[in-house]
Ligand binder design. Structure first.
Ligand code: AMP
Ligand code: ZN
Length: 480
């Protein structure tokens, strides 16, 4: 069976057929970096990292792009409060965000572009849009997208243009009285005192928010991509506007599948920085293992709202422990040689016919796992399948079996957990000297431009709970 993805565009599950066989081009809208990320922001990161891991498990090569929005009113406000450049704020919180992602075992994107590094591409796209009559500058230098010039506007959010009339207040940034139509949205806006700005043919200024994703997606993935994703608050206006900009500029359909995660709530209200009802990832990791937070996020389907509570976190902790304990038990038995009496097969190192049959039974859980994940990435059911496998392994581990058999059972649990990005094997603590030797090797690999090895070392250390931080003073490390 092929993978089915719920597409916001068609409001239905569709067979996943990538544009290019075997390859997936995927763009996930990332955070605005003016503070530590909260666990609501971590939901799309974990969910879409799991989608990526599952696609990779199915053999696809995934080109995964996720941006950092580093020019924004909130960043500027914070920079002005601290009396520093907004770049200082954005760079600080990009670094902090990457640390949180690493702790949560979210793989780094293939590319993490930043808006301020992509201004030329934005100017180019805005010029194209003006040239094609999809955009216009007004006397104060603001450039607007002419929303009604794009016939498909509203197709993602399933809104009708006339219902939207005047309802787009959040887009009225500056010079709104000069707009041709209240529906038009900003592509470029004039600078204000104390704001970062760039030269442009229209005025010194800065880009609107939506244009950055259209431009970065095109630059790193091409004009047509497979999956575009983010939280459901982005459907309108952000993603609707991205579609209008990209399709009007490129003359091609933009993304084939639009995926949106539901909110992480607290007391049944969306967790958000502006409402003040949030916990940062950092705060939660002071109390819980990062793997427990990841488990919690995957315990609901990504399109269902998830309410954060201490009870649910405890349930996630118990669930995670159940898997980790089973692996620990298998490791103990493997170390001991066999569970119970040694068998002749253990001496010969071969699996018995009975054990081969049992492994076939264990493999049926892997098939079941794929079945539920094929159904629009149902991670809640996938975790239930892992529990079933764990139960099966615990039962079999209580019987006398060969070491090879126990190793094979353990590999099955680790394999499924890894697709979910869950690290369930607690490794023995590494000694400081071992860590430092690996860090030195990583530095040497990077110097030799052997980035593959350097990344491998970072992952190996992460698996052992060691977090690396590249700072100006060199590499620092700490235990998670
Ligand atoms: P922002 O920094 O607000 O632009 O958000 C970055 C990403 O986090 C976007 O994909 C948002 O949709 C998502 N997001 C923000 N708050 C929540 C939440 N409470 N639950 C789920 N996703 C969220
Ligand atoms: Zn975006």
């Amino acid at each position: 069976m092929s993978i089915q993805i719920y597409n916001t565009l068609s409001k239905s599950k569709e067979d996943f057929v990538p544009i290019e066989p075997g390859k997936v081009k995927m763009y996930v809208c990332g955070p605005t970096v003016y503070n530590y990320i909260h666990i609501g922001n971590a939901r799309p990161m974990i969910v879409f990292d799991t989608v990526r891991r599952y696609l990779e498990h199915k053999g696809y090569e995934v080109n995964y792009v996720s941006n950092f929005t580093d020019v924004d009113d909130k960043i500027i406000k914070k920079a002005n409060e601290e009396g520093v450049d907004s770049e200082v704020i954005s760079q600080r919180f990009i670094a902090e965000c990457k640390k949180d992602m690493q702790a949560l075992n979210v793989k780094p994107a293939t590319t993490h572009p930043q808006a301020t590094q992509e201004i030329d591409g934005m100017l180019e796209m805005i010029e194209t849009l003006i040239h094609k009559n999809h955009a216009y500058p007004v006397p104060d230098g603001t450039v607007y997208f002419r929303t009604r010039s794009f016939p498909g506007y509203g197709k993602l959010s399933h809104k009708n243009l006339d219902d939207l009339r005047g309802g787009n207040r959040s887009l009225l940034v500056t010079g709104e009285d000069q707009k041709e139509d209240p529906l038009d949205f900003v592509l470029w806006k004039p600078k204000k005192e104390g704001e970062p700005s760039w030269e442009s043919p229209w005025c010194d200024g800065r880009p609107g928010w939506h244009i950055e994703c259209s431009v970065m997606s095109k630059r790193y993935l091409g004009e047509e991509i497979d999956i575009h994703a983010g939280g459901e608050d982005l459907i309108f206006p952000h993603h609707e506007n991205e579609i209008a900009q990209s399709e009007a500029a490129n003359g091609k359909p933009f993304a084939k599948y639009w995926m949106h995660n539901a909110f992480l709530n607290i007391d049944n209200r969306k967790m958000s920085k502006s409402a003040g009802n949030f916990f940062t990832v950092r705060e939660i990791l002071e109390k819980y293992d990062p793997q427990v937070l990841r488990f919690f996020m995957l315990s609901a389907h990504y399109r269902s709202p998830l309410n954060f509570s201490a009870e649910l976190m405890e349930a996630a902790k118990n669930g995670y422990e159940r898997i980790a304990t089973s692996v620990e038990n298998l490791n103990y038995l493997i170390g001991k040689g066999v569970s119970g009496e040694p068998t002749s097969s253990e001496r010969s190192g071969e699996l018995t016919e009975e054990e081969k049959e049992l492994l076939r039974e264990a493999a049926s859980y892997e098939e079941k796992f794929d079945e539920v994940m094929d159904d629009d990435f149902n991670t809640a059911d996938a975790l239930s399948v892992i529990f079933e496998l764990v139960k099966f392994c615990n039962t079999k581990a209580a019987e006398p079996h060969s070491k090879a058999f126990l190793e094979a059972l353990k590999a099955k649990i680790l394999g499924l957990a890894d697709i979910c990005g869950l690290i369930v094997e607690r490794k023995e603590e590494m000694l400081d000297e071992e860590i430092e030797a690996l860090i030195e090797e990583r530095q040497a690999a990077r110097k030799a431009k052997n980035y593959g090895r350097a990344d491998q070392i970072r992952s190996e250390l992460l698996e052992k709970g060691i977090l690396l931080e590249d700072t100006r003073e060199g590499v620092k490390w700490k235990r998670a």
